[in-house]
Design a protein around this ligand. Sequence first.
Ligand SMILES: Cc1ncc(C[n+]2csc(CCOP(=O)(O)OP(=O)(O)O)c2C)c(N)n1
Length: 949
Amino acid sequence: MSRLDESTFLNGGNAGFIAELYSRYLEDPTSVDASWRGFFDTLADAPDAVQREMEGPGWGEARAHLIGNGAAVRANGHAVPAPEASQAALDSIRAMNLIRGYRVRGHLIADLDPLGLTRQTSHPDLDPATYGFTEADYDRPIFVNSLLGFTTATLREILAALKAIYCGTVGVEYMHIQELEERRWIQARIEVPRNQTEFTPEGKRAILERLTAAEQLERFLDRRYTGTKRFGLEGGEALIPALEQIIKRGGQLGMQELVIGMPHRGRLNVLTNVMGKPYAALFSEFQGNPANPEDVQGSGDVKYHLGTSTDREIGEVRMHLSLTANPSHLEAVNPVVLGKVRAKQRQRGDVARDAVVGLLMHGDAAFAGQGLVPESLELSELRGYRTGGTIHVIVNNQIGFTTSPAQARSTPYPSDIAKGGQAPIFHVNGDDAEAVVHVARIATEFRYRFKKDVVVDIFCYRRHGHNEGDEPAFTQPLMYRTIESRPTVREIYARRLIQEGLLTQEDVASMTNDFLARLDAEFEAAKSYRPNKADWLEGAWTGLSVASGEDRRGATAVDRALLQEVGAALTRVPDGFHLNRKLVRQLEQKRRAIETGEGIDWATAEALAIGTLCAEGVFVRLSGQDCCRGTFSQRHAVLVDQETEERYVPLNHIRDGQAQFEVVDSPLSEAAVLGFEYGYSLAEPHALIIWEAQFGDFANGAQVIIDQFITSGEAKWLRMSGLVMLLPHGYEGQGPEHSSARLERFLQLCGEDNIQVCNLTTAANYFHALRRQVRRDFRKPLVLMTPKSLLRSPEVVSRLDEMEPGTSFHRIIAETDPLVADDQVRRVVLCSGKVYFDLRAARRERKIDDVAILRVEQLYPFPARSLGTALARYPNAEIVWCQEEPENMGAWTYIDRRIEKALAGLDIKAKRARYVGRPESAATATGLFKRHNVEQARLVADALAPEAR
Ligand SMILES: Cc1ncc(C[n+]2csc(CCOP(=O)(O)OP(=O)(O)O)c2C)c(N)n1
């Protein structure tokens, strides 16, 4: 029965009967039928509240009144209420339904919009008449069992309390939360103090100071750099004292580090007024100077995308604040921040997740529109991703560029998507600075109390156009007429403090002037300001340096003893563990391979790379869809007891004191999860962080993270990442979306030594490639095309001695079969990845001995010199590039000119490579298996054909 139905039936002929039942219930809850008991239970603030309140002060009298003192006693011993008692019981039920109505929907008529454009003033669920009250009922005392702070009040008083709590400048949405304790905590936190904080005079002055800084900085920039884009905060200045409150209250609750993500709006304000970036540094950037010293590499980025980090003393606490650099792509930074938080929590051993907290700011249009928002929210309670709750602040300026909310979303609030994640939502009028700070405090407390996400939705406005050169009246003329005549939030608050007698007009003016004087001085200082260092290789990154050198092998080899120690752990299960029968065989094979040192397959090599790193003290994290088992059932990093479903991770049982291997199945998201792992890698240079796509093609769902962060973050923001992306790739007849990891896209993104792209053909090379990620003095993202069917193939296996001292990663693998003399070789087929095995098999089958096949294992950085050396052996050969991808895909367009360059300085006949592979195609692959086989056979035949076709 819905609440509305309940209130309707309370008006009908049943009312007296229900009142009587309620009286009996109050006398003895067990005396009424369970369904009625349940109903009456829900009226009170909690089932047990009835009992507690009955014992509490005031309730005895109220209850006596409701039951009907001195009324006749029925044969069954229950009191029959007197008529006035019956009315009182009815009033009570109705009032408690009304109270519930306000808790659920009070926010709908709250005074949230500073512009007053969207104010709704009534709602049936908030109308006493809906519950059966009439005008005559307003002044009769009513007994209510609630947390409102009274047990007896008139309807008029009850309504006044409810309006103060739920319909002032704060609107709270929390009744969607399923956890009773969380609901009750919020109720108690807001109902008793009538949803406001009594600020001290110092607190009030601090709020005004923050508002002054926020407002005056924007004005100053506007005056000095008129028309320059800054995506000003004007209209939403209350954000700044809100952030200050989060930091302050957080510090009291255990926060030592706050990792922040935010869009461009207000970013310059946050960078300086919250993060403490020198104003002079900002002004210098406005004058066109780079944010980092001139001799530091990189493309740089616009000033409203830059990050920074700083330490601030907040009371007794030294707080580290870091604002994560982000691209223009709104909300893309969310998962990156979450990953950073998680990594920092681990670094600090912050098991309770008290010390490091994530704070994400959002625009209203972006929060409602971007899919990364729900994808990232979805991570919040997951074992492998949780960070103990993120504090979200929406700067809800009621517009997105030129788009009004009515066109931007289908739901009433921009925050609605967060309700699915069970987050409480505090809507607040951004022109009531105290209310904004008040909810920021409650939100922080909620995060700490329940370790869950929470949302503050600051209803404000955007005083100017989308950027400072924009004319907003083209599209929202009425809104902007209202805005024009509106005093600023600082002016409103200053007036309030003057009215309260806390400050004089002169105090307010001198607060502004002092701040302006400071800005003037910083402006002067900016003229000679030079950033003296880039901060990118400090803290945890100390000791690392910018990548240099040609082969960059790193010290990746491992002694046999350690390989075998890891191998033993890999194939060991605890006593009494019920291993799946099929895995018994698999583990047995692994054990034999490791013992004999022969036949190490792909998954075993991976496990050996991970396990040896863990044994050496390197934390390894692998996440991706179904990666614990492995999409192709190849990994089995987690063994599951067949009787108990208990999980066992063999690589976490190598030796005492080893580092952990954290392996987690991810939710079915690419963008959020890849962003999370990238963020993790940003904060943790000494760990190996791996993300695996289910099939490589799905990585394009995370294209923003790839384009805007992984491949360009180092150049734009001087932030290194050693993230590994495992992308299953290879043409095996599985159709358009299960064949290609879109190698061509990654290769097109390569430049300025930004990433590494490899397509490997041996288990040993995979072993070295993974270890290399943390065994060199720099970090670079590694994009790996990984095998599918080859996982089970004896073709890719290696020997253990290919991982032992003296071995390393190979970027090019030279010919391994016996052939005619090098000068007799008529063709060199260059290729990368799986097609090598098809070519080699066909060559062996056809007994061809004058075609060499070379494998380019690393495509970028392109091993030009090594390739040149390898090709120089074959002076009379033509060069063919063979790939299984269509001509417009794969490596061809990337590698063609690079091969040409590599050949240029060599004393051999060939000048360019000839293409052999599938013709250009719109889809990545055919969906027909037969056609695939024909195509594959043809390209292999072409590559080996006696003469060019
Ligand atoms: C993913 C993405 N799409 C489009 C844009 C272009 N764009 C920049 S700001 C903006 C409006 C954002 O509105 P809102 O989220 O409400 O923030 P506001 O600018 O109003 O603070 C748009 C569409 C972008 N930056 N990112």
